[in-house]
Design a protein around this ligand. Structure first.
Ligand SMILES: Cc1cc2nc3c(=O)[nH]c(=O)nc-3n(C[C@H](O)[C@H](O)[C@H](O)COP(=O)(O)OP(=O)(O)OC[C@H]3O[C@@H](n4cnc5c(N)ncnc54)[C@H](O)[C@@H]3O)c2cc1C
Length: 397
């Protein structure tokens, strides 16, 4: 029986796809990543990476690069929408490293992509290849691309996001519109000097919507995101240019600091926020999914990318000792990965959806109850289940 390396194809070079490639490369395994985009664009947005993902990224060797491009916010502050009063402060430095052994980062998506790409051997990522078909047959999987080209592999990993083509081949379901859209932008930090020099994640909670901002790009820029409810919009559009006037109107009456943040950008993107129903299984004997392809979630716990990174590193660990020609080993590895990941990602997906209500309560009895509960949660140790989790150790054990 052959002891050659297993041939692994990854569809999608987003956060999950690049992390799985970097984690496989760390184990000396090669893979081919097929990405539909012709170029890696500059997505004008940041991402929060909590200790549960940061510890895995450090193991992949991106700590050094992150020292230059990422920010370690000192705290997360939750504030009221109208008077800017602080509802809860969650200290992050030095607590995250003391309690969980890894920091909390905020980083530009483009900087995260670049940091992961730097960890990959040249020639692993193939751009401009939109995967249209994945066919599992005895002994291998065939991939077909929109340009007429094709490839074969022993294992296929669908890391192709919420609109996953690979998922479509495993299950028939549709994304669910949350009724919320979100405006995102990045602006120079000196335009929002009132936010102060201490790096923080600030979240303003108000009736029907919330706004969040934090520093990225070594503190030179501020990433902001502001939700706006709209029952119709998401049914018509996935993403579009946002109109500054619409955003200003949506935040009329909010505290001047929120209005200054939301009116700062010259250009705005607007996205419809979708998730999908939970999947109990997302693998066959040779095909599996990671990240949003498996469990797309609303961004209301800031964990979608974190979970994609957890998936990627856990899957690479499961595939580490699999050899080509040993088909049953592949199926066992994929099943082990899925069984380890499904309960956790289901819980995070559920909580993200539940926050649609909790973050957007109108002023009243329930909102007072929520704010009292927030004020009472002073311990970061409450977050052990999410920030303290080691997704790689969980599958290695
Ligand atoms: C407003 C907002 C804020 C967020 N903030 C956070 C946050 O702070 N922290 C956090 O952890 N998460 C956050 N998330 C969630 C996070 O962005 C996603 O969970 C994460 O990007 C998922 O990564 P992924 O690699 O699975 O998918 P994606 O990042 O969507 O990557 C999929 C890749 O596959 C490619 N692709 C798609 N189809 C094909 C095909 N057929 N063939 C070839 N290539 C294909 C795409 O071009 C893309 O490059 C946020 C999400 C939103 C909308």
């Amino acid at each position: 029986m052959s002891r050659e390396q297993v041939r692994i194809a990854v569809v999608g070079a987003g956060i999950g796809g690049l992390t799985v490639a970097a984690a496989l490369a760390r184990s000396g395994l090669r893979c081919d990543v097929f990405e539909q985009a012709r170029l890696f664009g500059e997505v004008g947005a940041g991402v929060q990476l909590a200790p549960n993902a940061a510890r895995l990224l450090h193991r992949l060797g991106i700590g050094e690069r992150f020292r230059q491009v990422a920010v370690r916010p000192r705290a997360i502050e939750m504030r009221r929408w109208d008077d800017n009063s602080v509802l809860r402060t969650i200290p992050l430095v030095p607590e995250c490293e003391q309690l969980f052994g890894a920091p909390y980062y905020t980083v530009l998506r483009a900087d995260l992509h670049r940091s992961l790409l730097e960890r990959l051997p040249v020639g692993m990522v193939h751009l401009g290849l939109h995967c249209t078909e994945v066919i599992e047959r005895a002994g291998e999987v065939a991939l077909r691309f929109a340009d007429g080209s094709s490839a074969t592999a022993d294992v296929v990993i669908g890391a192709d996001g919420i609109h996953s083509r690979v998922r479509e081949l495993l299950v028939r379901d549709e994304p669910r519109y949350s009724g919320q859209s979100i405006y995102r932008a990045v602006v120079p930090a000196d335009q929002l000097a009132f936010l102060g020099t201490e790096p923080k994640v600030v979240l303003w909670l108000g009736p029907g919507r919330h706004c969040v901002c934090y520093p990225v790009a070594g503190g030179q820029q501020i990433s902001l995101a502001a939700t706006v409810p709209d029952p119709q919009w998401g049914a018509e559009s996935w993403s579009a240019q946002g109109r500054a006037l619409d955003l200003a109107e949506a935040y009329r009456g909010w505290h001047p600091e929120v209005r200054a943040v939301t009116s700062a950008p010259d250009t705005l993107g607007r996205w419809a926020l979708h998730d999908r129903e939970r999947l109990r299984r997302w693998s066959t004997n040779r095909i599996t999914l990671v990240g949003d392809a498996a469990h797309p979630m609303l961004p209301f716990l800031a964990q979608g990318a974190n979970q994609a990174i957890e998936d990627a590193v856990a899957l690479a660990a499961c595939l580490r000792d699999v050899r080509r020609g040993e088909a049953s080993q592949i199926a066992v590895a994929l099943a082990r990965y899925e069984q380890a990941r499904e309960p956790r990602t289901t819980e995070v997906q559920r909580m993200s959806r539940a926050n649609t209500t909790a973050l957007h309560l109108p002023d009243g009895v329930e909102q007072c109850r929520r704010d009292d509960a927030l004020a009472a949660q002073t311990m970061l140790a409450d977050q052990e289940w999410i920030y303290g989790y080691d997704a790689e150790a969980a599958v290695v054990a």
